[in-house]
Write a protein that binds this ligand. Sequence first.
Ligand code: HDD
Length: 730
Amino acid sequence: MSHENAKQQDLARATTDERAPMSTNQGQPVGDDQNSLKAGGRGPTLLEDFLLREKLQHFDHERIPERVVHARGAAAHGFFEVYDDSLSEFTTAQVLTDPSLKTPVFVRFSTVAGSRGSADTARDVRGFAVKMYTPQGNWDLVGNNIPVFFIQDAIKFPDLIHAAKAEPHNEIPQAATAHDTFWDFISLTPEAMHMIMWVMSDRAIPRSYALMDGFGVHTFRLVNAEGVAHFVKYHWKPKHGAHSLVWDEALKLAGADPDFHRKDLWESIEAGNCPEWELAVQIFDEATAAQFDFDILDATKIVPEDLVPLRRVGRMVLDRNPDNFFAETEQVAFMTTNIVPGMDFTEDPLLQGRNFSYLDTQLSRLGSPNFSELPINRPLACVANHQRDAHMRHTINKGRVAYAPASLDGHDPAATGAADGFHSHAVALEGRKLRERSPSFADHYGQAKLFWNSQTAVERAHIAKALSFELSKVATREVRVRMLDHLQQINPVLAAQVGRALGETAGDSAAAVPPSAASDKADEIAIFASAVSPTSASGRLQSTRGLSLLDGSQPASAAGRKVAVLAAPGSDASQILSLRSALSCAGAQAMVVGPHLGPLTGEIAAMATFANSSSVLFDAVFVPGGAPGVQQLTEIGEARRFLDEAYRHGKPIGVLAEGRALLAATQLGTLSGLTATAASGSSGSPAATLEAQGVLIADGSDVATAVDRFVATLARHRFPDRPLAAQIAA
Ligand code: HDD
């Protein structure tokens, strides 16, 4: 039986057929589970009613503790395959070296701080946990969408999480770091500054799980057949690029659709737009590591891609949704200790502490050391050892030998384990036992600056905005001021701009400009425009590729995007059909939004209404022609707002033929001087100016070309520096 078939069968065995005649958990047929057994029609209920007892008892115990962190998550099944055997130079792990292997995977994405029921779009790190059911046992790469961490030593983890979670006296705020205890801890923890730059960047508000990077974070080891070890960093690169929301959109989405990311993952897979990532590795030896000006054991540091380029070695596709959220997504137990022969840990003190924590937490969450027998956790590789019993044991071990060495019943007392079994790499160790931080972990600002320097002006402006937002929610002034001191060490203009938002003087205050609520005000972007040379006079790296999302390095792709088509009775159905087929070819989807559900025009029906949806649920907005339809839309405030809000959030907008009149009726139309009927496209006209900002206005003479241009614009994701965005109230 193939590896994959075995897994499928394994999971199938664990399901029950809900359409079969009802029975108790003991298999007794049930005749009526809607009425309890009573003495007489009006009761009382009888103690002998085992059907009632069992049903209520099971219900009363349905809940298990949620994860202390990463409680809110969504997951999917899929597979991983390497492109070739080129990594066999570095490792004996079959999963990384055998291209004939299609390794089943289960991947769970999550936010960190919020509880199970919190909103998906909170500003937060995203968990990116991959379980691979390899022939050599399970390999879990329990990473995040950010390549560094807040702290260097696991002993600080409980403090970090207690500070970040809702405050313990009133459980406020939910799924948010914008509060005193978090920033108090951070302001007293300089090692967190690099991570803070990432968390305040747009990385912490991804567009979807499918459109974000993943990282193993720590430096790990790969070990080859000769026992030679190399260091490795793992990266997941999304096939369709890494893209983000904007903050105002993320805030609104938390109300409009708290399941935004979860639903996107589910619906993409159902629609056959399967999320896909490439696995990339950075591999380097001890001598190379010794030359870096940071310690590769320090999880607050990246290995810049300008120092060690990425090598793309395989791909992972998520192509099947879970059958049952609890049995799979909730009960899956990831553990950093799950590695396979040919891999090893490093002495990173954060990783070492994690290796205690994950095994431990499964006991309190899942209730028994037999959690590894749950279908979602069970390896495909054979399990054979002398561990026995404990709560909820499923395996029925045969025979009397549960010990080693043993000579009874055919056991070989000389057998001490598989020859190709796991061997820890023989790392040379020396030194005294001590409780202190290595001096090589001491630089807390160097890579925070590297990250800042590697961002575009728009991204820097977003970081300044995020810090201003978060710190403005901190009630204790000393904490705010302490943070400004840290920012000053990273970049004086950043410190000054955040200082201005907080009513403090800090950094290069001459450069600061009045802050606005909108994310992309031109003068706020302009102050961050200064470029930095890639290396300093002393040869130190000052910026590097791989850190910016807006430097043009992301692949152009419209796959997985959702477009709102605003329509009403009388809208041009053929234009909508053209758009729909062009989008579907690009792996994107059109959803018609109208004044009511159901048939609107021709064969077009509305799947959403202005009352139940808004522009934040979509990546772009399109308005077809058809004078009577457009006329109706111009009279609907929400329709006009759809366009204004989409413009403010940098989203592509397309209007065709008479659809232009709706755009002309918006705030954007007024501010840009766009009229309902003027000829489009002449240079210097409002339409030409808007086109450069991703707002396409076409006259309807060539629908096919107009639609193709719109899809190409959609593939660019966002147009973040729109000059009129700050003036639009939406
Ligand atoms: Fe952790 C869950 C990622 C540091 C202790 N962690 C958890 C999950 C992810 C990460 C993705 C969710 C897994 C799932 O979906 O079930 N954690 C990280 C990363 C870290 C990190 C990338 C730094 C590089 N974590 C970390 C430390 C500790 C923990 C330092 C403790 C010493 N993490 C846990 C935990 C969790 C967990 C308490 C909660 C639920 C679980 O493990 O199964 O053990």
